[in-house]
Write a new protein. Sequence first.
Length: 233
Amino acid sequence: MSEKGRATSEQTSQWRKALQVADDISELAQCTLVIEAIVEDRHAKHVLFEQLESVVAVDAVLASNTSSLSITELACGLRQPGRFCCFHFFIPVPLMKLVEVVPRLRTHSAVCDSLADFARKMGHTPVRAQDTPGFIVNLLLIPYLLQAIAELEKGVATKEDFDTAIRLGLNHPMGPFTLLDFVGLDTTLFIADAVFDETKDSRFAAPPLLRRMVSAGWLGRKSGRGFYDYGKA
Protein backbone atom coordinates (compact mmCIF):
# COMPACT_ATOMS: atom_id res chain seq x y z
CA MET A 1 0.00 0.00 0.00
CA SER A 2 2.89 2.36 0.65
CA GLU A 3 4.00 1.91 -2.97
CA LYS A 4 0.60 3.19 -4.12
CA GLY A 5 0.60 6.12 -1.70
CA ARG A 6 -2.31 4.77 0.36
CA ALA A 7 -0.25 4.43 3.53
CA THR A 8 3.08 5.70 4.80
CA SER A 9 6.05 3.38 5.00
CA GLU A 10 5.91 3.79 8.79
CA GLN A 11 2.31 2.60 8.87
CA THR A 12 3.11 -0.35 6.65
CA SER A 13 6.03 -1.28 8.91
CA GLN A 14 3.81 -1.14 12.02
CA TRP A 15 1.17 -3.33 10.40
CA ARG A 16 3.75 -5.91 9.41
CA LYS A 17 5.13 -6.01 12.94
CA ALA A 18 1.62 -6.65 14.26
CA LEU A 19 1.22 -9.73 12.07
CA GLN A 20 2.08 -13.12 13.43
CA VAL A 21 2.30 -16.07 11.04
CA ALA A 22 1.18 -19.44 12.39
CA ASP A 23 2.41 -22.63 10.73
CA ASP A 24 0.25 -24.94 12.84
CA ILE A 25 -3.44 -24.63 13.59
CA SER A 26 -2.76 -25.37 17.26
CA GLU A 27 -1.15 -21.93 17.50
CA LEU A 28 -4.64 -20.40 17.22
CA ALA A 29 -5.68 -21.85 20.58
CA GLN A 30 -5.66 -18.46 22.34
CA CYS A 31 -7.65 -16.64 19.65
CA THR A 32 -11.08 -15.32 20.63
CA LEU A 33 -12.06 -14.77 16.98
CA VAL A 34 -10.98 -16.78 13.93
CA ILE A 35 -12.06 -15.62 10.45
CA GLU A 36 -11.71 -18.23 7.72
CA ALA A 37 -10.85 -17.04 4.20
CA ILE A 38 -9.76 -20.19 2.38
CA VAL A 39 -10.94 -21.54 -0.97
CA GLU A 40 -14.72 -21.43 -1.59
CA ASP A 41 -15.18 -25.16 -1.15
CA ARG A 42 -17.75 -26.53 1.30
CA HIS A 43 -15.80 -29.66 2.19
CA ALA A 44 -12.55 -27.79 2.79
CA LYS A 45 -14.31 -25.32 5.04
CA HIS A 46 -16.08 -28.10 6.98
CA VAL A 47 -12.75 -29.79 7.64
CA LEU A 48 -11.11 -26.55 8.75
CA PHE A 49 -13.89 -25.55 11.14
CA GLU A 50 -13.96 -28.99 12.72
CA GLN A 51 -10.22 -28.64 13.32
CA LEU A 52 -10.61 -25.12 14.69
CA GLU A 53 -13.36 -26.18 17.08
CA SER A 54 -11.07 -28.79 18.56
CA VAL A 55 -8.39 -26.12 19.19
CA VAL A 56 -10.01 -22.85 20.30
CA ALA A 57 -11.90 -22.18 23.53
CA VAL A 58 -15.64 -22.93 23.68
CA ASP A 59 -16.49 -19.20 23.75
CA ALA A 60 -14.28 -18.25 20.79
CA VAL A 61 -16.16 -16.94 17.74
CA LEU A 62 -15.72 -18.75 14.42
CA ALA A 63 -16.53 -16.80 11.26
CA SER A 64 -16.37 -17.35 7.53
CA ASN A 65 -15.53 -14.80 4.85
CA THR A 66 -17.55 -16.74 2.28
CA SER A 67 -19.27 -14.64 -0.37
CA SER A 68 -21.98 -17.08 -1.36
CA LEU A 69 -22.05 -20.38 0.53
CA SER A 70 -24.81 -21.15 3.03
CA ILE A 71 -23.77 -20.27 6.57
CA THR A 72 -26.21 -22.79 8.01
CA GLU A 73 -24.68 -25.55 5.89
CA LEU A 74 -21.09 -24.56 6.71
CA ALA A 75 -21.83 -24.89 10.42
CA CYS A 76 -23.20 -28.42 10.09
CA GLY A 77 -21.27 -30.75 12.34
CA LEU A 78 -20.02 -28.07 14.73
CA ARG A 79 -20.48 -28.83 18.41
CA GLN A 80 -21.01 -25.13 19.19
CA PRO A 81 -22.99 -23.83 16.18
CA GLY A 82 -24.24 -20.80 18.09
CA ARG A 83 -20.83 -19.13 17.87
CA PHE A 84 -20.63 -19.39 14.06
CA CYS A 85 -21.35 -16.49 11.69
CA CYS A 86 -20.47 -15.06 8.29
CA PHE A 87 -18.16 -12.02 8.32
CA HIS A 88 -17.86 -11.11 4.64
CA PHE A 89 -15.32 -8.45 3.65
CA PHE A 90 -15.05 -6.90 0.20
CA ILE A 91 -11.83 -6.48 -1.74
CA PRO A 92 -9.59 -4.59 -1.53
CA VAL A 93 -10.30 -4.70 2.20
CA PRO A 94 -8.37 -1.49 3.11
CA LEU A 95 -10.48 0.51 0.64
CA MET A 96 -13.84 -1.25 0.72
CA LYS A 97 -15.35 -0.44 4.09
CA LEU A 98 -18.37 -2.72 3.98
CA VAL A 99 -18.68 -5.96 5.95
CA GLU A 100 -21.72 -8.24 5.71
CA VAL A 101 -22.60 -9.91 9.02
CA VAL A 102 -24.75 -12.94 8.27
CA PRO A 103 -25.91 -15.23 11.11
CA ARG A 104 -27.28 -18.72 10.72
CA LEU A 105 -30.57 -19.67 12.37
CA ARG A 106 -28.84 -20.75 15.60
CA THR A 107 -26.16 -18.03 15.82
CA HIS A 108 -26.25 -16.24 19.17
CA SER A 109 -27.22 -12.56 18.86
CA ALA A 110 -24.24 -11.61 21.02
CA VAL A 111 -21.93 -13.06 18.37
CA CYS A 112 -23.43 -10.79 15.71
CA ASP A 113 -23.15 -7.79 18.02
CA SER A 114 -19.50 -8.50 18.81
CA LEU A 115 -18.63 -8.92 15.11
CA ALA A 116 -20.38 -5.68 14.21
CA ASP A 117 -18.48 -3.86 16.97
CA PHE A 118 -15.22 -5.40 15.78
CA ALA A 119 -15.91 -4.21 12.23
CA ARG A 120 -16.49 -0.65 13.46
CA LYS A 121 -13.24 -0.71 15.43
CA MET A 122 -11.49 -1.63 12.18
CA GLY A 123 -13.01 1.40 10.52
CA HIS A 124 -15.54 -0.65 8.54
CA THR A 125 -19.32 -0.43 8.32
CA PRO A 126 -21.27 -3.60 9.15
CA VAL A 127 -24.61 -4.50 7.61
CA ARG A 128 -26.71 -7.49 8.57
CA ALA A 129 -28.41 -9.93 6.24
CA GLN A 130 -30.24 -13.21 6.51
CA ASP A 131 -28.59 -16.46 5.46
CA THR A 132 -29.91 -16.29 1.91
CA PRO A 133 -27.89 -17.01 -1.27
CA GLY A 134 -25.80 -13.98 -2.23
CA PHE A 135 -26.56 -12.16 1.05
CA ILE A 136 -27.10 -8.46 0.10
CA VAL A 137 -24.42 -7.32 -2.33
CA ASN A 138 -24.02 -10.40 -4.52
CA LEU A 139 -27.79 -10.96 -4.50
CA LEU A 140 -28.08 -7.70 -6.47
CA LEU A 141 -24.66 -7.48 -8.12
CA ILE A 142 -24.35 -10.87 -9.82
CA PRO A 143 -27.59 -10.65 -11.86
CA TYR A 144 -26.54 -7.17 -13.00
CA LEU A 145 -23.14 -8.42 -14.17
CA LEU A 146 -24.60 -11.48 -15.89
CA GLN A 147 -27.18 -9.34 -17.65
CA ALA A 148 -24.42 -7.04 -18.92
CA ILE A 149 -22.59 -10.03 -20.40
CA ALA A 150 -25.78 -11.35 -22.00
CA GLU A 151 -26.52 -7.96 -23.57
CA LEU A 152 -22.96 -7.72 -24.85
CA GLU A 153 -23.43 -11.10 -26.52
CA LYS A 154 -26.54 -9.74 -28.22
CA GLY A 155 -24.58 -6.77 -29.58
CA VAL A 156 -26.59 -4.12 -27.74
CA ALA A 157 -23.44 -2.02 -27.27
CA THR A 158 -19.68 -2.39 -26.95
CA LYS A 159 -18.11 -3.15 -23.58
CA GLU A 160 -16.57 0.33 -23.63
CA ASP A 161 -19.94 1.99 -24.18
CA PHE A 162 -21.58 -0.13 -21.49
CA ASP A 163 -18.88 0.90 -19.04
CA THR A 164 -19.05 4.57 -19.99
CA ALA A 165 -22.85 4.62 -19.75
CA ILE A 166 -22.91 3.10 -16.28
CA ARG A 167 -20.10 5.32 -14.98
CA LEU A 168 -21.57 8.56 -16.27
CA GLY A 169 -25.26 7.68 -16.27
CA LEU A 170 -25.45 6.01 -12.85
CA ASN A 171 -22.32 7.52 -11.28
CA HIS A 172 -20.81 4.10 -10.58
CA PRO A 173 -17.02 4.12 -10.09
CA MET A 174 -16.70 1.23 -12.58
CA GLY A 175 -18.78 -0.05 -15.44
CA PRO A 176 -19.82 -3.74 -15.42
CA PHE A 177 -16.98 -5.06 -17.59
CA THR A 178 -14.25 -3.19 -15.74
CA LEU A 179 -15.77 -4.50 -12.50
CA LEU A 180 -15.97 -8.07 -13.83
CA ASP A 181 -12.27 -7.97 -14.67
CA PHE A 182 -11.49 -6.54 -11.23
CA VAL A 183 -13.53 -9.11 -9.30
CA GLY A 184 -12.42 -12.01 -11.50
CA LEU A 185 -14.54 -13.82 -14.05
CA ASP A 186 -13.93 -17.15 -12.31
CA THR A 187 -15.08 -15.67 -8.99
CA THR A 188 -18.20 -14.25 -10.64
CA LEU A 189 -18.97 -17.61 -12.25
CA PHE A 190 -18.45 -19.48 -8.99
CA ILE A 191 -20.85 -17.22 -7.09
CA ALA A 192 -23.43 -17.36 -9.89
CA ASP A 193 -23.31 -21.15 -10.04
CA ALA A 194 -23.44 -21.50 -6.24
CA VAL A 195 -26.54 -19.31 -5.97
CA PHE A 196 -28.19 -20.91 -9.02
CA ASP A 197 -27.58 -24.42 -7.67
CA GLU A 198 -29.31 -23.50 -4.43
CA THR A 199 -32.18 -21.39 -5.79
CA LYS A 200 -32.61 -22.35 -9.48
CA ASP A 201 -33.24 -18.62 -10.03
CA SER A 202 -32.72 -17.88 -13.73
CA ARG A 203 -31.19 -14.49 -12.88
CA PHE A 204 -28.09 -16.40 -11.76
CA ALA A 205 -27.78 -18.56 -14.88
CA ALA A 206 -24.35 -17.73 -16.31
CA PRO A 207 -24.21 -16.69 -19.99
CA PRO A 208 -22.21 -18.97 -22.32
CA LEU A 209 -19.67 -16.20 -22.97
CA LEU A 210 -18.69 -16.10 -19.32
CA ARG A 211 -18.10 -19.87 -19.22
CA ARG A 212 -16.05 -19.76 -22.42
CA MET A 213 -13.83 -16.98 -21.12
CA VAL A 214 -13.22 -18.76 -17.81
CA SER A 215 -12.41 -21.99 -19.66
CA ALA A 216 -9.93 -20.04 -21.81
CA GLY A 217 -8.21 -18.67 -18.71
CA TRP A 218 -9.37 -15.11 -19.36
CA LEU A 219 -10.14 -14.32 -15.74
CA GLY A 220 -9.62 -10.56 -15.69
CA ARG A 221 -6.84 -8.45 -14.22
CA LYS A 222 -5.24 -11.31 -12.31
CA SER A 223 -4.64 -13.32 -15.50
CA GLY A 224 -3.79 -10.31 -17.67
CA ARG A 225 -6.82 -10.75 -19.91
CA GLY A 226 -10.55 -10.60 -19.39
CA PHE A 227 -12.96 -8.36 -21.19
CA TYR A 228 -9.99 -6.03 -21.48
CA ASP A 229 -6.33 -6.80 -22.20
CA TYR A 230 -3.96 -5.78 -19.41
CA GLY A 231 -0.78 -6.55 -21.29
CA LYS A 232 0.63 -9.13 -18.90
CA ALA A 233 2.84 -11.86 -20.29
